[in-house]
Design a binder for this molecule. Structure first.
Ligand SMILES: NC(=O)c1ccc[n+]([C@@H]2O[C@H](COP(=O)([O-])OP(=O)(O)OC[C@H]3O[C@@H](n4cnc5c(N)ncnc54)[C@H](OP(=O)(O)O)[C@@H]3O)[C@@H](O)[C@H]2O)c1
Length: 335
């Protein structure tokens, strides 16, 4: 299935910053009409100006994705302005870093509301519009942490696992009824976005992504690929694939490997002081940015994702070839 992006009406949540912002800019270059949703109004307005300069058409819609009525309002206003919704991209998220005993019940609840319920509300609002249209695509930006946990981010990890489960369940229902509506879930590796400055931190310092780190463009390209060529799951970045493989191949020793070899506690801390500002309960501030402060360490491409993950047929062919080679080697060994 191939869905050209030009003239599509696309809702992007989490558009004020990072991956969502980069996705909106790429969509503008491709001639899409975009509803830009997040809470930071200043950042939405600077983005709308950039989108217009690139030849796109945008509607800025301040939205708190943790509030169902606001997400419904986003869908309603998008249809009122553009007539329909072709694709809904769920990108909004926040983060709270710390050991579980350091987190308050309110912080855990809010993180789950934004990260998990925010994307569930997005899927539901999209579906309410797409079912009568008998067409549409949903793209969820989850995380490689939807498959394998790491310490210090328990609410985020739980929410991302939940997104994957909800999306898979919805996808099966749609397949069962023969619906043309598609659901794609992306599992990105660590990305150089402002998320780490936006996160609430109980570490005493600013958190940081565990390497390898990729530029937001790598994920935005994958989102566009999932819009034009929907697929149920796509790992973005070889780092995420490594995490998935550790989970699959060594489920019992994954925790020890990640803690002792991966140093996942130590590697999530910077030595930069935390100024105490975050976007857990209130919007981020400022004009908005795509990149965070880890650009010097970030990769601008992922050969693994572009060569394999975006072409599931190639993965199947490789697995089949590997299987055939294995069987041949076994037979030769027996002779
Ligand atoms: N960075 C990484 O290492 C990484 C890795 C894997 C997956 N991801 C995923 O990628 C997606 C984008 O994150 P990012 O890295 O680009 O982070 P980011 O730069 O902090 O962007 C997050 C976006 O979500 C919005 N947001 C937060 N709370 C919201 C709420 N209650 N209602 C509406 N919007 C809200 C923020 O805007 P406002 O503050 O203006 O509302 C911002 O636009 C997320 O789903 C994240 O989990 C990131």
């Amino acid at each position: 299935m191939s869905r050209p992006i030009r003239d599509q009406v696309v809702v992007v949540t989490g558009a004020s910053s990072g991956v969502g912002r980069e996705t909106a800019l790429l969509l503008a270059e491709k001639g899409a009409r975009i509803a830009l949703a997040a809470r930071n109004e200043e950042a939405l307005h600077t983005l709308e100006t950039e989108v217009t300069r690139l030849g796109g058409t945008a509607l800025s819609q301040p939205t708190d994705v943790a509030e169902w009525e606001q997400v419904q309002g986003l869908a309603r206003d998008t249809v009122e302005r553009f007539g329909r919704i072709d694709t809904w991209v769920n990108c909004a998220a926040t983060a709270v870093y710390g050991e579980v005993h350091q987190l308050s019940a309110e912080e855990i609840t809010q993180a789950i509301r934004v990260i998990l319920l925010g994307q569930i509300y997005g899927m539901k609002a999209a579906l309410e519009q797409m079912r009568p249209q008998s067409q549409g695509g949903i793209v969820n930006v989850a995380s490689a942490l939807a498959v394998q946990a790491v310490p210090l981010q328990a609410p985020y990890v739980a929410a991302k696992h939940g997104i994957l489960g909800f999306a898979e369940s919805l996808r099966m229902e749609l397949e069962h009824e023969g619906s043309p509506i598609t659901v794609s879930t992306l599992l990105p590796s660590s990305i150089n976005t402002p998320l780490f400055e936006h996160a609430r931190s109980k570490l005493g310092v600013l958190p940081q992504p565990v390497p390898p780190i990729y530029q937001p463009r790598v994920v935005a390209d994958a989102v566009l690929r999932a819009i034009s060529h929907p697929q149920p799951r796509m790992v973005v970045g070889g780092g995420g694939k490594m995490l998935e493989l550790v989970h699959r191949l060594a489920p019992r020793s994954a925790a020890t490997l990640l803690l002792r070899v991966g140093k996942t506690v130590e590697k999530q801390r910077t030595d930069r002081p935390d100024d105490g500002s975050d976007n857990l309960f209130t919007a981020s501030t400022g004009p908005g940015a795509v990149e965070g402060s880890f650009g010097q360490r970030a990769k601008s491409t992922s050969l693994y994702t572009t060569a394999l993950e975006q072409h599931p047929g190639r993965i199947r062919a490789l697995l089949t070839a590997g299987g055939l080679l294995g069987i041949t080697a076994l037979r030769r060994g027996r002779r």
